[in-house]
Design a protein around this ligand. Structure first.
Ligand SMILES: C[S@@+](CC[C@H](N)C(=O)[O-])C[C@H]1O[C@@H](n2cnc3c(N)ncnc32)[C@H](O)[C@@H]1O
Length: 501
């Protein structure tokens, strides 16, 4: 007899699903959705949620919503399908045109910063829905750059709705969507029967990927180095605490002096003090302040130890159990961390560290968290502690390299990425970062070879040891980033697997 599929065993018997969703069932779904996506559905959304649940649960032949909830909890794919039904994907080309005028007005400032670096402008449209926003951004900036081919532009659109992302990828829009597009922009589009399609230049400039803004930590190697982030009309549906975390992550992901655009009716008041607000032609934008790197911010282990000593019983319930073994604490902390529950992982890690300050695993996870929070000196200290115990930890060397790169120490970063590859020649992201450093140094041959290594590994071993550093991104998406880098240094000679200089 064939073993039952997960779905079959959940749908153990088949009877008609009641169209009614009880208030208790609504609360269970609401809380799960809020935890996984940030979207908070108040009671006014109960009926639309019920209709979406009815559709999905009936499709899978479930006889009760609770069975469907259990199934969905274990099936990320199904959760994404439901999410595609309940997200509000309203958008249009050049929505709130004033913000696009402000974008153009800010470009000289962005370009002045990048001029002596790589002459690249990088813009992230977070919560891009069906793609009109990132394509509008691209048209605007391409138009501004005009004939100047010494500059390149990358626009990256992300969303949690796979259905919306499929439209982004196709780039096909009907007449109704195109109506908000002034004729001067039509040159970036082409006719596709009775519809319109994004033209080759737009397709080349804009790429898309799945990214859930609520899932932390954001992978520094992919989601950083942004000059501008657009996140408009997305967090208005989030709980305040989720919005605060998302904005904090944007702050970390932006370059110093970079800009955040939020919806024209949204504000950062009560959400973040990190940004300076600026008015540009009547539009408010938020700028990340220059932040000179200040080493020696704090000494992790002594700080966490004293915190745990002075405030016994504070923090999470789980840490209060004095008899919890170290191994159990570490297991729980790792579980929470892997699920992206940083707030839950932190007190567990601190408790573990108070027992074994030199533990390599605890220090490594903490360094990852600190790096993503921008506490770079703390991250470095923790990496060093890991390396004191495990000098050949590829992950610790890699993380150290990322942090050194982030704080403007490319030579130190280069050494750490080389050590990563010494410890693990298949660490694709180390090849990628090394390639970027070589590109910035104008060492194009070395860069080409390193990009080729990264691309090969990302395509061949999507489940590599380094996969946790992708933060939920797909290996092939990161390979696209590597291909763009490769295009910038030219595709000449340089292919030679796993060689370093
Ligand atoms: C109303 S649309 C806004 C589209 C565009 N930014 C604009 O202003 O025209 C909101 C988008 O946010 C996306 N979204 C909701 N929760 C999200 C999350 N946790 N991570 C990423 N995107 C999310 C939805 O799927 C939807 O496409």
């Amino acid at each position: 007899m064939q073993p039952k599929s997960k779905q079959e065993s959940f749908a153990s018997y088949r009877s008609l699903l009641s169209p009614d969703l009880s208030p208790e069932e609504f609360v269970l779904f609401r809380d799960h959705i809020a935890e996984q996506s940030g979207l908070f559905l108040d009671e006014s959304k109960m009926d639309s949620l019920r209709i979406s649940l009815l559709a999905r649960a009936t499709l899978h032949d479930f006889s009760s919503y609770l069975e469907y909830l259990d199934f969905m909890r274990e099936s990320p794919g199904e959760f994404n399908e439901l999410l595609s039904l309940i997200t509000n994907n309203e958008t249009s080309f050049f929505r709130y045109p004033g913000q696009f005028e402000a974008l153009c007005a800010l470009l000289p400032e962005i370009m002045a910063r990048r001029a002596t670096l790589d002459r690249r402008i990088r813009i992230w449209s977070a919560g891009c829905s069906t793609g009109e926003e990132p394509y509008s951004i691209a048209m605007c900036v391409l138009d501004y750059l005009g004939e100047d081919i010494s500059w390149s532009l990358e626009v990256f659109g992300t969303d949690v709705s796979k259905r919306a992302l499929a439209i982004c990828e196709s780039g096909v829009y009907d007449e109704k969507a195109i109506r908000s597009l002034e004729p001067r922009w039509h040159r970036y589009m082409e006719r596709a029967g009775d519809k319109w399609r994004a033209g080759p230049l737009l397709k080349k400039t804009v790429s898309f990927g799945y990214h859930n803004l609520i899932k932390e930590p954001y992978p520094l190697s992919v989601m950083s180095d942004w000059d501008i982030i657009f996140c408009r009309n997305v967090t208005i549906y989030f709980k305040l605490e989720s919005t605060r975390r998302v904005i904090k992550n944007f702050y970390q992901s932006l370059n110093p002096g970079g800009f955040l655009f939020i919806g024209h009716s949204e504000t950062l008041r009560t959400i973040s003090d990190d940004f300076a607000s600026r008015e540009v032609n009547g539009v408010f934008v938020y700028q990340k302040q220059e932040e000179p790197w200040a080493p020696g911010v704090k000494e992790i282990s002594s700080q966490t130890r004293s915190r745990a000593d002075e405030e016994p019983g504070t923090g999470e319930e789980t840490v209060r159990q004095a008899d919890t073994s170290f191994a159990e604490l570490l297991r729980q902390a790792t579980d929470e961390f892997e699920q992206g529950h940083i707030d839950q992982a932190r007190p567990l890690l601190e408790a573990a560290l108070s027992r074994q300050p030199d533990n390599a695993d605890v220090n490594l996870i903490l360094s990852y968290i600190y790096a993503n929070e921008g506490q770079y000196q703390s991250a470095i200290d923790c990496c060093r502690k890991t390396l004191d115990v495990q000098p050949l930890s590829a992950r610790a060397h890699y993380l150290l390299g990322v942090v050194y790169d982030k704080v403007g120490k490319p030579d130190d970063a280069e050494q750490e990425f080389k050590k990563t590859l010494y410890a693990d020649p298949n660490f694709a992201l180390a090849h990628l970062n090394l390639a970027n450093i070589y590109r910035m140094q104008g060492k194009n041959d070395l860069a080409r070879r390193a990009y080729h290594n990264a691309i090969d590994l990302l395509m061949q071993q999507p489940e590599g040891d380094w996969v946790e550093f992708l933060g939920g991104f797909m290996g092939d998406l990161v390979a696209e980033t590597a291909k763009k880098g490769l295009a910038q240094v030219g595709r000449g000679a340089g292919k030679g697997r796993k060689q370093q200089d």
